[in-house]
Write a protein that binds this ligand. Structure first.
Ligand SMILES: [Zn+2]
Length: 272
């Protein structure tokens, strides 16, 4: 029997060049069988509830990895995972986005909750320093990056950057691993070993669409320096002006009002 692939309801292109195939699970879709303990036959296939206490405003993005799969010719894994979700073959996992290479399929609106973080309806402390709390399921947009593939990961980073811009989220504090919400789960398993690098890539794409970075130079040519994640003024002074140097000249030259640096910020460096 010929396999019937899903047709997206709508295809959109983002400002940073991604193509998103939308196939949003309708509120009215009911489970064709027992899918999970929380989706019995005849029950709704998604939470049908809005993020962030009903406001629909996402507070963060959660990144997952899922295994690559073999698919029939003429389709790709992102479409097939979407189809499996519709057919009740994903054990109750429902996410906003599946990403495979440059293919992106969207299954949930960005203002609604999914089931993906294994944290039920709980919240825990967030990465923000403001004391706010966060639930993976309750408050975040979920992306499943399919396979241990460079291109899937790169597309995921671009998608995260675009979502951050769109929803006013900060790539430094508002991007999470699945593991953050459920410590026993090694997810995103392929990205976790280089999570910091992944975040730097997200930041790079975010800077590119928000115009925050001027020229992403990394070193001192022309006596400018682009701040990297974790840099301090003191370290920069030691490296670029010599051991024992003070950073007051850098502060003065750049008119800095505080010692807090932003990743991607370009500093003028005084002559030695
Ligand atoms: Zn996960």
């Amino acid at each position: 029997m010929a396999v019937t692939f899903l047709k997206p309801d709508k295809i959109i292109t983002t400002e940073n060049g991604l193509t998103i195939k939308q196939k949003i699970i309708p509120d009215s879709l009911l489970a064709p069988k027992d899918v999970a303990s929380w989706i019995k036959k005849g029950q709704k296939m998604k939470p049908c509830a809005k993020l962030n206490n009903g406001t629909g405003k996402p507070k963060a993005v959660t990144v997952h990895n899922t295994g690559d799969i073999k698919v029939a010719s003429g389709t790709n894994a992102a479409e097939q995972y979407t189809r499996a979700t519709y057919n009740g073959n994903m054990s109750g996992v429902v996410v906003h986005y599946y990403v495979w290479d440059t293919e992106i399929w969207q299954n949930l609106r960005e203002d609604e909750r999914g089931w993906h973080a294994a944290d039920g309806s709980t919240r825990r402390s967030s990465q923000r320093k403001d004391g706010s709390t966060l639930g993976g399921n309750l408050d975040t947009i979920a992306i499943e990056c399919i396979g241990d593939r460079k291109l899937s990961e790169d597309t995921t980073a671009k998608l995260v950057a675009w979502l951050c811009k769109k929803h006013g989220l900060d790539p430094k504090t508002d991007v999470y691993t699945h593991q953050y919400f459920y410590a026993r789960k090694q997810c995103p398993q392929y990205i976790l070993p280089h999570w910091i690098t992944f975040l730097a890539t997200v930041q790079k794409y975010y800077n590119a669409i928000t115009g925050k970075a001027i020229t992403p130079k990394t070193e001192t040519a022309g006596r400018t320096y682009t701040v990297k994640h974790g840099d301090t003024l003191w370290q920069i002074a030691q490296t670029l002006l010599g051991k024992g140097s003070r950073y007051t000249e850098i502060v003065k030259l750049n008119g800095l009002k505080s010692n807090v640096l932003m990743s991607g910020q370009v500093l003028q460096i005084p002559e030695k």
